[in-house]
Design a protein around this ligand. Sequence first.
Ligand code: SAM
Ligand code: SF4
Length: 337
Amino acid sequence: MEDLYGHLISYLRVSITDRCNERCLYCMPQELQEWLPHTEILSYEEMIRIVRVAASLGVTKLRVTGGEPLTRRGVLEFFRQLQAIPTIRDLGVSTNGSLLGKPVLDHGGKTMAECLRHYGVRTINVSLDTLDRATYARVTGRDYLPRTLEGIAAARAAGFRHNEIKLNSVLIKGSCEDQLIPLIEYAGEHDLLLRFIELMPVSTREVLSDDNFYPIATAKRRIEDHFGPLMPTPNFQTNGPATYYRLPGSTQKIGFIGAMTNLHFCENCNKLRLTCEGKLRPCLGSFLEFDIREPLRSGASDAELRQVFLDVVARKPKQHDFRDNYQPNRKMVAIGG
Ligand code: SAM
Ligand code: SF4
């Protein structure tokens, strides 16, 4: 699938739930908490059908997200079925990490991370904005820092290595400044790939204000003040919009995801999103969404579902609207980050 601007679409983010066991300030503000009714959420069977259609159109990379995907019952069986789709070569999950270390009783007490690896998950993105327990509790609404760190340890113990575990850290003015260096040191010690992410105005307009926005450039300056000049690594790419730099005198790389201030952010976009209630979303930062659940539930053929994908890709915008006229009308937790 190719959009009007020459982007080849090979990556689908599949959100399997709008529910979460945390309450991050920037993702699901307290006043917006209302879950979708179960009937509106796609079943796993419906999702697998949609993924198969996407795979037949050239999607080779999947990331399962949410909400918190590891809270949905039956998620391991879902991964097992995704793994069995032959053309899917890269299967990942985005998680807050709090359940990665949990023993899974019907898998002989293996940790969730071990089970994920067993079912073909190759990369785990873990959200970790801070190593300070009180700040973690304030930002995420839950005192889960210890279990998130245990979850990361469980992922390492399960055999996920270096680039296979990425830490995503959202920059929030007022709480991130003193965490940049500790997070880099923690990532270095545990051989994890850390990326700093600029806050995006996704859930409500108030999510982003001059009081809480902390630009990538400022973070970089602060990091360079501590470590010395960061070295660009143009040949190092993961499958997303991060730009990576190497710390001086070290092999450790740090990524920066600057949706708001990097004007080239959308240039290599290869992504579509499927929300948990069956909307295909061509761009996170544009309110365009197209329903695939209705045709699916009313008996559309694979060819008809393929056409829905092609119509959506044809409407993929050149770039996101976050800097201009974006109207937040959806919680990030419901879109799938
Ligand atoms: N619960 C999982 C997690 O926390 O990783 C997966 C879903 S979460 C919506 C995916 C990512 O979106 C997380 O890394 C989170 O930090 C990021 N995110 C949520 N709201 C955001 C916002 N307003 N701006 C930037 N990133 C955001
Ligand atoms: Fe939940 Fe992830 Fe959103 Fe935090 S960022 S509220 S963990 S979905």
